[in-house]
Design a binder for this molecule. Sequence first.
Ligand code: NAG
Ligand code: NAG
Ligand code: NAG
Ligand code: NAG
Ligand code: NAG
Ligand code: NAG
Ligand code: NAG
Ligand code: NAG
Ligand code: NAG
Ligand code: NAG
Ligand code: NAG
Ligand code: NAG
Length: 808
Amino acid sequence: MGSLFFFYSLVCFVLLSQNFSSSLVQHLCSPNEAFSLVQFKQQFSASFAKTSWNESRDCCTWDGVTCDMLTGYVIGLDLHLTNLSGSIHPNSSLFQLRHLQTLNFAYNNLSGPIPYSIGNLTQTRELNFGYNHFTGHIPSTISKLKHLTLLDLSSNSLGGEIPDVFSNLQELVNLYLSYNSFIGPFPSSIVRLASLESLDLSINSLSGPLPSNVSILQKLVDLDFSHNSLNGTIPSWMFSLPSLYMVELHHNLFNGLSDELKLNPTLGRLDLSHNQLSGPVLRSLQNLTNLVNLDLSSNNITVDEAIPIAFPSLEVLQLSSCELKDLPHFLRNLKTLRALNLSNNKIRGQIPNWFSNRRWDSLFHLNLSHNSLSGHIDLSHYYSLVSLDLKFNFLEGPLPSAICNMSFLNLLDLSRNNFSNSIPSCLGNMTQLTVLDLRRNNFSGSLPPLCTQITSLATSILNGYQLMTTIILNGNRFEGRVPVSWLNCVGLEVLDIGNNAITDTFPASLGTLEELQVLVLKSNKFHGPISTKLKFGFPKLRILDLSHNEFSDSLPAEVFRNFKAMIKDDTNKGEIRYMKRFDSFFDVYEDSVRLVVKGNEIELERITTIMTTIDLSSNHFEGVIPKALKDLGSLWLLNLSHNNLRGDIPMELGRLNMLEALDLSWNRLTGKIPRELTRMNFLAFLNLSQNLLVGPIPRGLQFNTFDNDSYGGNLDLCGPPLTKQCGTSDLSLVPQPLESEGEDEAYFFSGFTWESVVIGYSFGLVVGTVVCSVMLKAVKPKWFVEFFEGLIPHKKRRPTKRAQRRQT
Ligand SMILES: *[C@@H]1O[C@H](CO)[C@@H](O)[C@H](O)[C@H]1NC(C)=O
Ligand SMILES: *[C@@H]1O[C@H](CO)[C@@H](O)[C@H](O)[C@H]1NC(C)=O
Ligand SMILES: *[C@@H]1O[C@H](CO)[C@@H](O)[C@H](O)[C@H]1NC(C)=O
Ligand SMILES: *[C@@H]1O[C@H](CO)[C@@H](O)[C@H](O)[C@H]1NC(C)=O
Ligand SMILES: *[C@@H]1O[C@H](CO)[C@@H](O)[C@H](O)[C@H]1NC(C)=O
Ligand SMILES: *[C@@H]1O[C@H](CO)[C@@H](O)[C@H](O)[C@H]1NC(C)=O
Ligand SMILES: *[C@@H]1O[C@H](CO)[C@@H](O)[C@H](O)[C@H]1NC(C)=O
Ligand SMILES: *[C@@H]1O[C@H](CO)[C@@H](O)[C@H](O)[C@H]1NC(C)=O
Ligand SMILES: *[C@@H]1O[C@H](CO)[C@@H](O)[C@H](O)[C@H]1NC(C)=O
Ligand SMILES: *[C@@H]1O[C@H](CO)[C@@H](O)[C@H](O)[C@H]1NC(C)=O
Ligand SMILES: *[C@@H]1O[C@H](CO)[C@@H](O)[C@H](O)[C@H]1NC(C)=O
Ligand SMILES: *[C@@H]1O[C@H](CO)[C@@H](O)[C@H](O)[C@H]1NC(C)=O
């Protein structure tokens, strides 16, 4: 009986309380606060067009607004990623929401200073203004927000010194100020924050030393001061604070470790790379027994072999660019290593037995590239490797077939060594291999059969095989034909077998590989026509280099019509992507390729997707230049030199308005140089020499920048830059500058005024210079990015790993 009564009262209570709370919800929002929100909304009206912020509804039901259940006060405002644009006025009605506890405006386009009135929101616990365009200083009124637990101002354009406003914020747990332009000394009030767990000051311009005596940060777990100009010694507290797990001090100017190191062993990740540390740093760190990930790259470190260094938990060790001269013996003690990076040191001689014979049961990544290792290499104990990078050494001998036991191997880069003999044919059975780079060795014999286990995309997915993306065998002594099995490499993006002795006809069937973007067959003994009865595919091809072979016959239009990726697509305008392979540990591999530009062979370290190139030079091609080339609107380089091409230069080539280098020299081209070619605004290199061209050389824009070398050895060209004057019969033909043809061509260059000549000329110089520096340095073509800055909505964004984590 009693229990039944209890049950009834429980039901009544539940029903009543539900009714009660729902009636509460209906009247929650206070009119004043609703009014403040409405005023705020009006200031940013554009962003709120499609939201639920309808004044005829209770403001507590609006998206992003949270109210206190009991009092009805607005306590949370979350408008991250809502496209807010403009500045927040210090008088903004926002600051009347006195009960706000969380304010999240991250990932918007807010600009101007952070209003000092922020100090009015004294109840705020979480303040996130990250990923906006705020400028100016951090307002000192921040110090009034005594309950702050999270302050995120990262990724803005804030500057000046970081004010010492943090001493009062004793509840602060997360402080993120990274990716701004803060200068001056390290803000010492930060080290008095007893609750702090996560501190990120990375990517600023802080300078000077770190405070030496820090003991309050007892709860600090991770700290990131990377990418600043901090100097002096790294103080002992970095290694002794009791909760510290992750320390990122890379890319600073630290020159040593504190003399009085007291290590406590909680530290798991330590990145001191890119500093000016020298001497036996490892020995000083040896008591960090929980260290999992240690990066000391780009310092000048000596390894004191007398002291046994253990690091019993170490999984990732990076000592690249550290001036090491030998493989350090202490590596023998590292049983848990998963990634070892000793690249770019001065390690010389044979790989010692203790290194190759020990068991490397869990080693996934080994990078010994850019050293001076020599002799044979024993790979039988490295069966767990996922990536093996030995490029730029002097290793020799045949590639041991033990390589095929590495059943997880994804990336194999043995390029630029002296390896010889033929390649073990079992390589084709390695179903996880995606990148194979053996360029510039002495390998001989036939090309290795690859992708032998794959018959279709479906089989590879079904069996968990990886798709091969990159095959680079350039610069060896391979002979014979292109293996049939390569047709199975359905994911192939880059194929470079240039500079070998391959005797085959054009492998047109590779045109079925829909992902293929780079095909380099240059300097081999390929022969015959390039068009066959097979349907000519290659829909994604961007770089085609068939130069220095014995290809013959004509260049039929349909060959070029299939290059869909080269046909200009305005929707992709300005989009620049690097071809890059990713891996769980690191960014592992960037495709690179050598091209001949302006007569110099250069290496493009990174292939950007706009470097569209066709090089068919030094073959026996004959017939006319197909007009169909005009459709390849994204073409960057076109080289048809040293062939037997005849007929006129098609005026349609003038439509290739991305073209920067055009080489048609050493052919039998006749007629006049079409003045339409002057439309090529980016043309920085032109070679029409050694043909049978006649008549006046067109003038204007880029053409004013070319000299004699572009035209020498022709039948009867005249006019500047040649000294030969045009006769009177020619004068009527002196090409006039072209007039605007349509609205779609930006006329920046319209008319023939002094200004346009000057602009055109200096523009040519700029393009010429940057092309040159890109070519010579062969580095990332930053100028492309800069050039296109006006076209892409560009915003500095370099989220740290943590920022990405935070975002989720
Ligand atoms: C707001 O809500 C009212 C009633 O529900 C509706 O009539 C009105 O169109 C809404 N206004 C906007 C801007 O959505
Ligand atoms: C953000 O605003 C810009 C202009 O201010 C507009 O072009 C864009 O479509 C908006 N994006 C979203 C997701 O509303
Ligand atoms: C961002 O704000 C600036 C200045 O307030 C404005 O010029 C720009 O168009 C805005 N960008 C977007 C994408 O809304
Ligand atoms: C901030 O607080 C001060 C003092 O309480 C007040 O005078 C001022 O109007 C407030 N500012 C805003 C924008 O609400
Ligand atoms: C801001 O508010 C103060 C007082 O509330 C007022 O005197 C001042 O004119 C306001 N400024 C602007 C730009 O609205
Ligand atoms: C550290 O940097 C400060 C400020 O840039 C400079 O004055 C000082 O000389 C530097 N000290 C060392 C040891 O480099
Ligand atoms: C470091 O701090 C402790 C305690 O706060 C103090 O006793 C000591 O003198 C300080 N040392 C230095 C060098 O400032
Ligand atoms: C490392 O540990 C040993 C033994 O516990 C101790 O003698 C030595 O002082 C410690 N070294 C450092 C730098 O903490
Ligand atoms: C590295 O340090 C050694 C001495 O420890 C010194 O002889 C050498 O010059 C330094 N190298 C560089 C590049 O600073
Ligand atoms: C090794 O170090 C180099 C240079 O610092 C870096 O590019 C690479 O990503 C690192 N990792 C591996 C696995 O090689
Ligand atoms: C490749 O694997 C197949 C079956 O898995 C086997 O029959 C063949 O002998 C292997 N080839 C080589 C060269 O190891
Ligand atoms: C190995 O290190 C070199 C630089 O030292 C780097 O360029 C290369 O990408 C690294 N290899 C891998 C596979 O990460």
